[in-house]
Design a protein around this ligand. Structure first.
Ligand code: ZN
Length: 282
């Protein structure tokens, strides 16, 4: 959902001096610039899932790297389906690649030449020097009793370095597998939905929508997203040290209402909680 005050989901995990991008929502390339990070320095992108708000800037990422003549490899990790999306975006680069800058004899590198895809599932771990990235399926798409069956996967990711571990929930509902993944994490970067505020907005935007349809949406949102109490509970159960809420819909956690959410999380979680701001560092 677009929010004039916030860019779509995209986070950077600093692995030493290497920026690793987690999700690539629309506006991610501009936000990297604002954060003082050169997009050509990003060699690894991890996707939690394939909802458009988490991948909207992938085309810009490939195209900008092409136009600036990237030669170094860029690896995109994500659940199954990532390869198909990246191949499609690479195909969409054929025409601008053929056009180039219009300089005779000049050939731009094609994103196919520098982009690799590694599809990951909960059984996989990715190791980059002393960083290990592990993941679990979460309940953003389906309940835990359906895990392991055919279908699309939504992942939560854990980045573990010797001195620090950070868990990115991605979008998810309450989820025991995520509680396990997040055990002892130093920081959880989490989603935070507010069902009542969101439903009020949906009602206002869709006057005349039948009540059964409204209830269906409410049911979906409550199972496939977490609210402030769920986020606090996750952090408490996992024994995490700190939590920052970053993924939330428009109209919640504004300066006027932030304290409401701080209180809701604080009821169940005794560690440090903050509401994330774009470009903030944790
Ligand atoms: Zn989603």
């Amino acid at each position: 959902m677009q929010n004039p005050a916030r860019a779509q989901p995209a986070h950077v995990f600093m692995h030493g001096t290497q920026p690793i991008l987690i999700d690539c929502g629309e506006a991610a390339m501009g936000q990297l610039k604002r954060a003082g990070i050169e997009f050509r320095d990003v060699h690894h992108i991890f996707l939690t899932h394939h909802h458009f708000d988490h991948i909207g800037s992938l085309f810009a990422c490939l195209g900008l790297n092409m136009m600036t003549q990237r030669r170094q490899p860029l690896t995109i990790y994500g659940p199954p389906g990532t390869r198909s999306i990246v191949e499609g975006l690479c195909a969409a680069c054929d025409v601008p690649n053929a056009i180039g800058f219009g300089i005779p004899g000049q050939q731009l590198p094609h994103p196919r030449d520098f982009t690799q895809v590694r599809e990951i599932t909960p059984a996989d771990a990715v190791t980059l020097d002393d960083l290990t990235v592990t993941c679990c399926e979460n309940t953003h798409y389906r309940t835990e009793d359906a895990f392991g069956q055919d279908g699309h996967l939504s992942l939560s990711l854990r980045f573990t370095r010797p001195e620090r571990s950070v868990v990115f929930t991605g979008d998810t509902g309450p989820c025991r597998a995520l509680e396990t993944l997040a055990q002892g994490a130093d920081l959880i970067v989490g989603e935070m939905m507010d069902l009542d505020v969101t439903m009020k907005r949906i009602r206002a935007m869709n006057e005349g929508m039948p009540e059964d349809r409204i209830q269906m949406i409410r049911d979906h949102l409550s199972k496939h997203h977490i609210n402030a109490a769920d986020l606090g509970q996750l952090a408490a159960t996992a024994g995490a040290r700190a939590v920052v809420a970053v993924l939330f819909p428009p109209g919640i956690a504004t300066p006027d209402t932030a304290q409401v959410y701080v209180d809701r999380v604080g009821k169940v979680f005794a560690g440090t909680f903050s509401i994330g701001q774009d470009l903030a560092v944790h």
